[in-house]
Design a binder for this molecule. Structure first.
Ligand code: RET
Length: 242
């Protein structure tokens, strides 16, 4: 078995075990908090499917002599908006903010734009303008997380909620910034990384950004719920924001 496939299998098993662990930890959460569990589990389940496609070479094409794994981008197109939604859902309680819908639309719109321009960068020979458009969108997403979402969270949510949000936002943004760096160094960009190293780094990043991130988020909600003791019918984020 070649080394690329081993890394893809690491990704596949990481996502399968991650989904099971999210289901297990999620089952210990209150039913008012289960929306966090569904989002986190949905993300790792989609990624497991995408890694299965990658291991069998489904959605992988040779373009200009370069192996292009389109299944990755298909996964990112669906799961990165869900990751951002799961983060904003922690930061801003439902029914407390008039801005929540427009913030979600703004951040998810930028994210879809980032992945689509990233696909254009990957498929064309004139890649650098598309790469720059995509990086600008990532910069704007990070700006929204640290300024717009943070300010709204400070305004409408309790301090414990904003603190949990900030640690998750830092976790997410550090990992996400690594993706354009890997893209730049790999065959998609200047080509200093081998295909094997590219697959290895993406696999570790993906499992951390999805499975580990989901588990940390759920553990955060669980410990918040133990400290604020919400009433029946209200979510932990709502209860901690009164
Ligand atoms: C690309 C290339 C073009 C420039 C930029 C990119 C950003 C990708 C990102 C991907 C995040 C993926 C995640 C996956 C989780 O499993 C498309 C690589 C900016 C930020 C979090």
């Amino acid at each position: 078995m070649n080394a690329d496939i081993s890394w893809l299998q690491f990704g596949l098993w990481g996502m399968i075990i991650g989904t099971l662990a999210i289901g297990f930890l999620g089952s210990t959460l209150r039913k008012e908090d289960r929306h966090h569990v569904f989002l986190a589990g949905w993300i790792t389940l989609i990624a497991a499917t995408s890694y299965y496609a990658l291991t069998i070479g489904f959605g992988t094409f040779v373009i200009n002599g370069q192996e292009v794994q389109l299944a990755r981008y298909a996964d990112w197109l669906i799961t990165t908006p869900l990751l951002l939604a799961s983060l904003v859902t922690v930061a801003i309680p439902k029914n407390k903010s008039k801005e929540r819908g427009s913030i979600l639309t703004g951040v998810i719109g930028l994210d879809v734009y980032m992945i689509i321009t990233g696909v254009f960068a990957t498929l064309t020979e004139q890649k650098w303008p598309w790469y720059v458009f995509s990086c600008v969108a990532l910069f704007l997403i990070v700006y929204m997380l640290y300024v717009v979402v943070l300010n709204e969270s400070k305004k409408v949510a309790g301090p414990k909620v904003t603190k949990l949000y900030m640690s998750l936002a830092m976790f997410l943004s550090v990992l996400w910034i690594a993706y354009p760096v890997v893209w730049y160094l790999a065959g998609s960009g200047v080509g200093t990384l081998s295909f094997e190293t590219e697959n290895a780094v993406y696999a570790v990043l993906d499992v951390t950004a999805k499975a580990v991130f989901g588990l940390v988020l759920l553990a955060g909600i669980k410990s918040l719920s133990e400290s604020v003791k919400p009433k029946a019918g209200e979510s932990t984020v709502e209860a901690a924001s009164k």
